[in-house]
Design a protein around this ligand. Structure first.
Ligand SMILES: *Cc1c(COP(=O)(O)O)cnc(C)c1O
Length: 486
């Protein structure tokens, strides 16, 4: 038999194992509540994996899957579990297992070409524009996550400065320094983006925040004026919808006014928070969202899709194109045939070859509808408000870092008899024991140098009683943690 290919020798065998794996993975999500949320990979598992030699010959797929069942599935990260509220991690949806299967099966590259997936990519970008009330002239692109989306936003600001002067001649020929503005609460990937595009981390002005962790717009404007007076170039303001520590939402109205007044690019990092726009009570607060020149958000956070999917929208398609367009002659566009139709997507993004990620969004939106997606977001918001109330009911043992304004809550155990360093250590121990005992996974935030327990709720599987359970578990751990630390 001719076997010089990566296709299986026996297609029926492959189908059999494929069907088994597929049903197992659906059950893996279906039964996740009954399993331990997290356990540390055992020493034997670690050594088995790390000692594996580069495979020279073939191994039976059934054996490989057995190894996955024994060595990987029990040591999953935990974020598909209903009691996972750490960082901001998507829960995943069972039907996107099907989407991922179709994406791999089609294996379409959506950089270029006249083929079905390109129409779905275009449709999904238009749906996202519609969700955020972006103008018809706007456009966007799917990327791997908000870090890359923010990078694209800053790059577009830079490349649209004075007829692409930097794009063509490089940052060193500018003779002046670009300045980026954001708040002290901004995600570190914005600093990284400033570094990557040659602006430098020290040229990101981290403006002070008010008591609810929103950027101080007055201080921002003063800083801009002072930079202008020194002949620096205010290039971009990065506003936040949902800061990573506390979920703060900057005053986007006033950022957009300032950006307009000084002709500065306004980029918004709405990694998880942007989708609060789907919920009535946030819609008016976020009404200026579509005034941003660019808006980043993840679909692998609040929209629950499997990892590797974020997006950026631009108010002006021409500016997006201007920032990324290239015309390699090996990718010539024709009037007919496969290389016809769409303006290649690589003219709108950093990447060239890309997977057909749009299918995941397209399928989820069709399957559930925007109403169901919004009502999950509303539930997440309500549940965090509920937890906030439980905490406020116990002022003798808990303190909030600030009132809840989105889906994030930061709180800590307090005891007036204990010093701050002891409180930090006890709260940290509580977070660790919750994880190692398998009660729940939450993370932390340092706010004014104090250690706070932190939950970000984007978990569509959580139910109200999970939050009662969490607080009960924390209360039972307090005494034990005090004993260990004091
Ligand atoms: C998660 C997050 C990012 C980074 O997004 P990735 O998808 O992890 O690249 C940026 N900003 C904020 C506010 C975030 O929460």
């Amino acid at each position: 038999m001719e076997n010089n290919t990566l296709d299986p020798q026996d297609w029926d065998d492959l189908k059999e194992i494929g069907i088994k794996v597929f049903t197992d993975m659906i059950d893996f999500q279906k039964n996740v509540r009954e399993r331990e949320i997290w356990k540390e990979p055992s020493m034997s598992v670690r050594s088995i994996i790390s000692n594996e030699k580069l495979p020279i010959g073939p191994q039976d797929l059934n054996e490989i899957y057995d190894q996955i069942k024994t060595n990987l599935l029990p040591y999953n990260k935990g974020n598909i579990h209903p009691k996972f509220w750490s960082w901001v991690q998507s829960t995943g949806t069972p039907s996107s297992i099907i989407a991922e299967m179709i994406i791999a099966g089609m294996n379409a590259d959506v950089a270029t070409g006249n083929h079905g997936p390109m129409y779905v990519e275009e449709k999904v970008i238009n749906w996202l524009k519609e969700i955020f009330d972006f103008p018809k002239d706007g456009h966007g692109v799917l990327v791997s996550g908000t870090s890359v989306a923010n990078l694209c936003g800053l790059l577009a600001a830079r490349n649209n400065y004075e007829d692409s002067i930097v794009r063509n001649n490089g940052i060193f020929n500018l003779n002046k320094q670009f300045i980026v503005y954001s708040s002290t609460e901004t995600h570190s990937c914005v600093l990284k983006a400033a570094d990557i595009i040659g602006i430098g981390k020290n040229n990101v002005r981290l403006i002070n925040v008010n008591s609810t962790f929103q950027i101080n717009s007055v201080a921002l404007e003063e800083q801009i004026k002072s930079d202008l007076a020194q002949d620096l170039i205010p290039l971009c303001i990065v506003g936040n919808i949902g800061t990573v520590n506390t979920g703060a939402i900057d005053d986007i109205d006033s950022l957009s006014e300032i950006a307009n007044r000084y002709k500065i690019w306004l980029h918004i990092d709405g990694a998880f928070g942007a989708f609060a726009y789907l919920v009535d009570e946030y819609r008016s607060k976020l009404r200026s969202i579509n005034k941003a020149d660019s808006l980043s958000f993840d679909l692998h956070k609040w929209i629950s899709l499997p990892f590797g999917i974020g997006a950026i929208l631009f108010k002006d398609k021409n500016k997006q194109r201007n920032a990324f367009v290239e015309h390699p002659n090996y990718l010539e566009q024709n009037d007919e045939g496969l290389a016809s139709g769409f303006d290649p997507i690589f003219n709108y993004s950093i990447e060239m070859s890309r997977s057909f990620k749009a299918l995941k969004i397209w399928m989820l939106m069709k399957e559930k509808g925007i109403n169901q997606i919004s009502s999950v977001i509303k539930k997440n918001l309500d549940d965090i408000k509920y937890l906030e109330q439980l905490i406020l009911n116990k002022p003798d043992i808990f303190e909030l870092a600030c009132p809840v304004t989105l889906n994030v809550i930061c709180f800590r155990f307090i005891d007036p008899k204990l010093q701050e360093n002891m409180l930090n250590a006890i709260n940290k121990k509580i977070v660790i024991l919750l994880q190692t005992r398998g009660y729940a996974v939450i993370s932390n935030a340092y706010i004014n140098k104090k250690y706070y327990m932190r939950l970000a709720n984007v978990n569509h599987r959580s139910i109200r009683s999970d939050f009662d359970d969490l607080l009960k578990a924390i209360i039972t751990l307090i005494e034990e943690c005090k004993k260990q630390i004091l």
